[in-house]
Design a protein around this ligand. Structure first.
Ligand code: ADP
Ligand code: ZN
Length: 754
C-alpha cells in the first residue's frame, strides 16, 4: 500500500443513496459524527447539487488519492437507533442483487412514509381510547350537591356502566372534568385501551376446542421446528376448508408464548377480512395489520411498534415482508401461489420468494400454505428442499364438494334468434341448480373472470373487433351505462351506432359479469344478487359491506371475478358455478394452465364449507383441456405432475429461470430498434450453448400496445439465475445507448408474460 496524502485519522462510510443509481458511495465521516454512526442509520448526504437521504452500510476502505479529493463529508446522522435493522438490510441486499435494482431505492422502499425523506424520525404516540367505567354501587342520588357530576354518572349508568369518554363529553358538556371528579370520589374508574383500526371486528371464529388429527400433527411438527430454531422451510398443502388458518394461528401463538416475533403474509387484506379478523380476535392489539388503507401516521405507528418489539406479530400484504418484526421466529405465507405476491412495478420482487430468503438469512421457520401450491414450491418440496405437511380432509369430515361438468358445446347451442348476441350463458343445468339451491334457502357463487356485459364487439359485415385507440385490446361493452371501455387504460365512450370502419351492425360477443347479473335477475327475479368485481366495487368500504352482507345471508347470489375465488369462508354457500372455465386457457403465457387450475380449484373450494354439502358446476367448451379435466377429477397431483413435465420439456420455470426485458415507447420503430440493440448485446455475452442459456425474441409483446405505447420484449432463460448474469449484465450496460424515450425494465422471475 502506498502512503496516502490524506491518511490521518480519516474514516470513510459506505452509503447507499436513496436515488435510482447503482452501487455504494463513499463519504468522509466528520469526526463529530463518527461516534453516532451505526450500520442501518439514515444519514443526510450531499449528492450532486442537493442534500438527500442515504443509508450508512458500514465502514468503507480509504479511497485512492485521486478520488479522495472528490469525496464529500456526510452532512448529518438522522437518528440514534437505526431505522433499518440488520436483517432487513441483509434482505434488501439480496433483493437489490437478485432483482437488479439500486440498493438505496430498495432500502427506501421498505420504510414507512416520513422515514423515506432526509428528516429525523417523528415519534407517533399509540392511539388510545379512554373509557369511563362506573364502579360497583355508584349512585347518582348521592351527588345532589354536584348536579353536573350527577348527570355524567347517570349517563354512564344509563348506557350500561361504561362508555367512551369522548362520547360522554359529547353528550354532556364539560364531562371530562366531571368524570375526573367522580374518579376522585371513587365512583368511576378510567381505563385506556389501545385502539386498533382497519379490520372488521367480530369476523373471527372462536378458537376451536379440538384440532383435527391432521391439524394436530402439522402443529406438532411446526412447533418442533420452531423450538429447534434454524432455517426450516415448510409447505403446508391443505385442501380448501381443511383449517390451514388454524394451523397458522397456533404456530404464531407458540411464537408469542415464547416472547418472539411472527410475520404473516396474505395476498389481499381487503378481500379476506375474515382471515385478518381471526388473527385480530385471537391476538388483539398484539398484531399490527399492514394494509394499503392505513394512513401515513398509522403505518408509521405500526412500523415503530414492531421495531421496538411492542407489537410482535405483523399481518400484511406483500410489502409486509420488509416489516421490522423484532426477534422474528416464523414467517407464514398464506395462499403462497397467489400472483399478487409479485410486485409488478418498480422493484419487481416476489414476496413469497423474499419470505423464504429472509427465513434462510435469519435461520427461522417459514410456512408456505396453499390448497394449490405453485409449481415452484411444489418442485422444492419434491426435491426435499422443503418439508411437506398435508391436510387432506376438511374440518369436521365435511365432504369436498361434488364436481360436475357442463359441456357448453352441448348445453349452449347457438340458435337463429340468438345469432346476433350471445345465447344465455346460464345453461339449463345451471339454472336448475341455482333454482334448487335458492329454494333450500342456501347461497350461490357464480364465477366468471371477465367484466362487463359483452367482452368484445364484432362488426357483422367486415368482421373487425372494436378496439381501443390507445391499446391493442378489444373494448368491453357495459350495458348499464351503454358505454364501451378499455379495461387496460380506462378510456370509455358511448357505444357507437355501428362499426367505425364500415358502419355495419355490431355483434355483442363474449360474456362478462354484468351480463350474468342480468341473466340471473331475469331468471330469478326474487333472488337478492350482489356483484363483486372492480366495476361494481370501487372502494374498500363497499367491498367490506358486500362481503359482510353476503356473510349475513342478506344476499342469495354473489357474482364475480377472481375476487370471489379468494379464501372466503361462507358456510351458507352450497353451489358454486364456474360460468366459463375457458377464459384464461389460451392466454399466451406459460402459466395459463396453472392459473386456470388454481382459480377453478380455489373458487370450487368456496362450496360446502358449512353443515350442508356443496356442489360445483363447471361450464366449459374445453372439457378435455388438462387443467379443466384434472380439476373436475379433483386431481391436483395428476395435474401438477403433467404440467411439471411439460415445463421441463419446454424449459420453463420451475425447471428454468427467466428474466424478461420489456421495452415501451411511443415511437414503434424506436422501440423495435432498442429491443434489437439489447438483444444483440445479450447475444454477444451468451455463455457457450452447453450452459443452456437462451434468448427468446426480441419480439412485440403479446399485447403490442398499451396506453399508446408500443411494447417489445425479450426473455433470457437458463438453468439457474447465475447463468443469466452474463447476458443481463450486458443488457444493463447497453442501456446507456438506449434513448431515454424508450422505457426499459428488467423483470427477474416474471409473473406474467403479456
Ligand atoms: P382453509 O384455510 O384451509 O380453507 P379455514 O382455515 O378457513 O380453511 O377453516 C375452515 C373453517 O373451519 C373455518 O370456519 C374455521 O374456523 C373452521 N375450523 C378450523 N379448524 C377447526 C377445528 N379444529 N374444529 C372446528 N372448526 C375448525
Ligand atoms: Zn386502452
Amino acid at each position: 500500500m502506498t502512503a496516502s496524502l490524506f491518511e490521518h485519522d480519516e474514516t470513510f462510510a459506505a452509503v447507499a443513496v436513496g436515488r435510482p443509481v447503482r452501487g455504494e458511495f463513499t463519504y468522509l465521516v466528520p469526526a463529530r459524527l463518527a461516534p453516532t454512526l451505526v450500520p442501518g442509520v439514515r444519514v443526510k448526504i450531499p449528492f450532486g447539487r442537493s442534500t438527500i437521504l442515504g443509508f450508512y452500510l458500514g465502514p468503507a476502505p480509504t479511497p485512492a488519492d485521486d478520488v479522495r479529493a472528490k469525496v464529500k463529508p456526510l452532512t448529518e446522522v438522522l437518528e440514534a437507533t437505526p431505522a433499518l435493522t440488520s436483517d432487513v438490510v441483509e434482505l434488501c441486499r439480496f433483493a437489490a442483487h437478485h432483482y437488479r435494482y439500486p440498493l438505496g431505492e430498495v432500502l427506501r422502499a421498505t420504510l414507512p412514509p416520513g422515514l423515506s425523506r432526509p428528516q429525523a424520525e417523528r415519534e407517533v404516540k399509540p392511539e388510545v381510547l379512554h373509557v369511563a367505567v362506573a364502579l360497583e354501587g355508584a349512585d347518582p342520588s348521592t351527588l345532589r350537591r354536584a348536579p353536573a357530576q350527577q348527570a355524567a354518572l347517570s349517563y354512564l349508568l344509563a348506557v350500561g356502566g361504561r362508555a367512551n369518554v369522548d362520547e360522554v363529553a359529547h353528550a354532556i358538556p364539560g364531562a371530562r372534568e366531571h368524570l375526573r371528579a367522580l374518579v376522585k370520589k371513587n365512583l368511576v374508574r378510567l381505563e385506556t385501551r389501545a385502539l386498533v383500526k382497519g379490520v372488521v371486528e367480530g369476523m373471527g371464529a372462536a378458537r376451536p376446542a379440538k384440532l383435527t388429527d391432521e391439524q394436530a400433527t402439522a402443529v406438532r411438527e411446526l412447533e418442533a421446528l420452531l423450538d429447534a430454531g434454524g432455517f426450516a422451510p415448510v409447505l403446508l398443502q391443505g385442501v380448501t376448508g381443511s383449517g390451514k388458518t388454524e394451523v397458522y394461528l397456533r404456530i404464531v401463538e407458540r411464537a408469542l408464548e415464547a416472547g418472539r416475533g411472527a410475520l404473516v403474509l396474505v395476498p389481499e387484506i381487503a378481500l379476506t377480512p375474515q382471515l385478518v379478523g381471526r388473527f385480530r380476535s385471537r391476538f388483539g392489539p398484539r398484531v399490527a395489520v399492514l394494509h394499503s388503507a392505513l394512513t401515513d401516521t398509522e403505518r408509521l405507528r405500526a412500523w415503530q411498534q414492531l421495531r421496538r418489539g411492542e407489537v410482535k406479530v405483523a399481518v400484511g400484504v406483500r410489502s409486509a415482508v420488509w416489516a421490522p418484526v423484532a426477534d422474528l421466529s416464523v414467517i407464514v405465507v398464506d395462499e403462497e401461489h397467489d400472483p399478487s405476491f409479485k410486485q409488478d412495478d418498480k422493484l419487481r420482487y416476489h414476496a413469497r420468494d423474499l419470505a423464504v430468503m429472509r427465513a434462510r438469512q435469519r435461520g427461522c421457520l417459514v410456512v408456505l400454505g396453499s390448497a394449490t401450491p405453485s409449481l415452484e414450491t411444489l418442485e422444492n418440496a419434491r426435491k426435499g428442499r422443503y418439508r411437506l405437511l398435508r391436510l387432506t380432509r376438511r374440518v369436521d369430515d365435511r365432504p369436498m364438494p361434488a364436481l360436475h361438468l357442463v359441456d357448453l358445446r352441448v348445453e349452449r347451442p347457438r340458435t337463429e334468434e340468438t345469432r346476433d348476441t350471445e345465447p344465455p350463458v346460464l345453461s339449463p343445468t345451471l339454472r336448475q341448480a341455482i333454482g334448487e339451491t335458492l329454494e333450500k334457502g342456501q347461497q350461490v357463487i357464480l364465477f366468471l373472470n371477465r367484466r362487463g356485459h359483452a367482452t368484445f364487439l364484432t362488426c357483422e359485415v367486415c368482421g373487425q373487433n372494436l378496439k381501443c385507440t390507445e391499446c391493442d385490446v378489444c373494448l368491453t361493452f357495459y350495458r348499464a351505462s351503454n358505454r364501451v371501455q378499455c379495461n387496460y387504460c380506462g378510456r370509455a365512450h358511448p357505444l357507437p351506432r355501428g362499426c367505425p370502419e364500415c358502419g355495419g351492425p355490431l355483434l355483442q360477443l363474449g360474456v362478462g359479469t354484468e351480463r350474468i347479473e342480468a341473466e340471473v335477475a331475469e331468471a330469478f327475479p326474487a333472488a337478492r344478487v350482489g356483484r363483486l368485481d372492480r366495476d361494481a366495487v370501487t372502494t374498500n368500504e363497499r367491498l367490506t359491506d358486500l362481503l359482510s352482507s353476503f356473510a349475513r345471508r342478506e344476499l342469495d347470489v354473489l357474482i364475480g371475478t377472481q375476487m370471489v375465488a379468494k379464501g372466503h369462508d361462507f358456510p351458507g354457500v352450497t353451489l358454486v358455478a364456474v360460468v366459463l372455465a375457458d377464459t384464461a386457457l389460451s392466454l399466451p403465457d406459460f402459466r395459463a394452465a396453472e392459473r386456470t387450475f388454481h382459480l377453478l380449484t380455489q373458487v370450487a373450494g368456496r362450496a360446502g364449507r358449512g353443515a350442508d354439502a356443496g356442489r360445483v358446476l363447471v361450464q366449459t367448451y374445453n372439457p378435455e383441456a388438462l387443467p379443466i379435466a384434472a380439476m373436475l377429477q379433483n386431481d391436483f397431483e395428476g395435474f401438477s405432475a403433467r404440467e411439471l413435465e411439460r415445463r421441463r420439456l419446454l424449459q420453463w420455470p420451475p425447471t428454468a429461470r427467466l428474466a424478461a426485458i420489456r421495452l415501451e415507447a411511443t415511437d414503434a420503430e424506436r422501440c423495435a430498434r432498442a429491443a434489437r440493440h439489447l438483444a444483440e448485446a445479450a447475444r454477444r455475452a451468451m455463455p457457450p450453448p452447453s450452459h443452456g442459456v437462451r434468448l427468446l425474441g426480441p419480439a412485440p409483446a403479446p399485447i403490442t400496445r398499451i396506453k399508446g405505447q408500443t411494447r417489445w420484449q425479450l426473455v433470457v432463460k437458463g438453468p439457474t439465475h447465475a447463468a443469466l448474469a452474463g447476458p443481463l449484465d450486458a443488457i444493463e450496460r447497453a442501456l446507456a445507448e438506449v434513448p431515454s424515450s424508450v422505457k426499459v425494465v428488467i423483470d427477474v422471475d416474471p409473473a406474467a408474460m403479456l
